[in-house]
Design a protein around this ligand. Structure first.
Ligand code: FE
Length: 131
């Protein structure tokens, strides 16, 4: 998927554009998915790529939605991020390259990973209940 930045500007909100396309970070505890607990799949707000399952979401206390695993090998890609005087591992959507957040190694078992993700980078698809 190769949209240019002016096209992204048309399809994303200004807040989403800042995070997804300009590596922004939403203020902690402000995102709509921080304490979200429904069953379903979190997808990329830019392209709809399936990123994280609610089964791997947990309360990290960081103020951002946190997951201990990605949904599949096609969900995300890692990049070295040396901004702000730190070396961190940035997480981007594997399909559209949109910035999602960072991954740290202080997460819970079984992976020990903490995917720290901006709510603004996510949409949520609720799993249909059995009726
Ligand atoms: Fe995407």
């Amino acid at each position: 998927m190769n949209k240019d930045e002016s096209e992204w500007k048309l399809t994303l909100s200004p807040e989403q554009f800042k995070v997804l396309r300009q590596c922004g970070t939403e203020p902690p505890f402000t995102g709509k998915y921080v304490h979200h607990k429904e069953n379903g799949v979190y997808v990329c707000a830019g392209c709809g790529n399936e990123l994280f399952s609610s089964n791997t979401k947990y309360e990290s206390g960081s103020g951002w939605p946190s997951f201990w695993d990605q949904l599949s090998d096609d969900s995300v890609e890692r990049k070295i991020d040396k901004s702000h005087g730190m070396t961190r591992i940035e997480i981007v959507c594997k399909k559209c390259g949109g910035h999602l957040g960072h991954v740290f190694d202080d997460g819970p078992n079984p992976t020990g990973l903490r995917y720290c993700i901006n709510s603004l980078s996510l949409d949520f698809k609720k799993t249909e209940e059995d009726t």
